[in-house]
Ligand binder design. Structure first.
Ligand code: RB5
Length: 145
């Protein structure tokens, strides 16, 4: 378990699930760094929140984060354009676990309009409790950089 906060960010479509994820993180004992958006009623642009997450990782405010938009697609594409971000868009617990084990993902991306709350929380728990497997995966992850 990291002693740094877990950052959360998302656009208006992701806002309701972000609120749930934030509460769940608190219940799990994590400090939460909420990078916005802070309302569901104003339309915003998901690349801005991918960039905010990348900046928080780059400057050391967090080591891991959760990004949420409608599908998770736009915000994961946006985040992965920034060096040092390995964002994994997941729709199931197994993918979330393997994103850590094989890819050393530091950001979990979720689609609020395509997965339910229970599956999202399963993904969250798998993502946060799985360590990088290292070994044969190290050189592959290094090549991503
Ligand atoms: C917003 O309407 C929606 O396009 C966005 O949340 C996301 O799904 C984009 O990938």
């Amino acid at each position: 378990m990291t002693d740094k906060p877990i950052a959360i960010a998302g656009d208006h479509a992701g806002y309701p699930l972000k609120a749930i994820i934030g509460e769940e993180l608190g219940a799990m004992g994590y400090e939460v760094l909420d990078l916005g958006t802070h309302v569901a009623t104003t339309s915003v642009d998901y690349p801005d929140y991918g960039a905010a997450m990348a900046a928080a990782i780059k400057d050391g405010r967090c080591e891991k984060g959760i990004l949420i938009c409608g599908t998770g697609i736009g915000i994961s594409i946006a985040a992965n354009r920034h060096p040092g971000v390995r964002a994994a868009l997941c729709h199931d617990e197994t993918s979330a676990r393997l994103s850590r084990e094989h890819n050393d993902a530091n950001v979990l991306a979720l689609g609020a309009r395509v997965i339910g709350e229970v599956v999202a929380i399963d993904c969250l728990k798998a993502f946060l409790t799985t360590e990088f497997g290292a070994g044969r995966h190290v050189k592959r992850v290094e090549k991503l950089g």
